[in-house]
Write a protein that binds this ligand. Structure first.
Ligand SMILES: [Cu+2]
Length: 125
């Protein structure tokens, strides 16, 4: 191996390590819903290259309002899917889109962008 091959090999290993870390070990940001006086659980979520926070804890049996603010024009995030709740919603750029649902069962429910690349989880307790 000459030096350029060594550099390419090392760069590939570093990249692979980063990808593994990113998918398995990077900390996820968890937020619990704040209940308003009317008993509605509200959460603000920023959409920019991902969902922030991307783990949202709510209580079962109380209405949930998710306020998705899409802070980018990247087409990846233009659609939101919550298959467990039969929700498919367009998220216009630089606007807040309200998504309402009523979780009846406890569990973990994923939501994604239209391509399944950006991921978040609604944790119902
Ligand atoms: Cu996407």
């Amino acid at each position: 191996m000459d030096s350029s091959e060594i550099i390419v090999t090392v760069a590939g290993l570093v990249l692979a390590a980063f990808v593994i870390w990113y998918f398995f070990f990077s900390t996820r940001q968890t937020a619990s819903a704040v209940s308003s006086s009317g008993g509605v659980q509200e959460v603000d979520i920023t959409v920019k290259g991902g969902y922030s926070p991307d783990v949202i804890e709510v209580e079962r049996g109380k209405p949930v309002q998710l306020h998705f603010y899409r802070d980018e024009e990247n087409s990846c995030s233009e659609e939101l899917l919550m298959p467990d709740f039969s929700i498919r919603r367009d998220l216009p750029a630089f606007q807040t889109t309200l998504v309402e649902l009523l979780p009846q069962e406890a569990g973990r429910f994923d939501f994604t962008c239209g391509m399944g690349m950006l991921r978040g989880t609604l944790v119902v307790k």
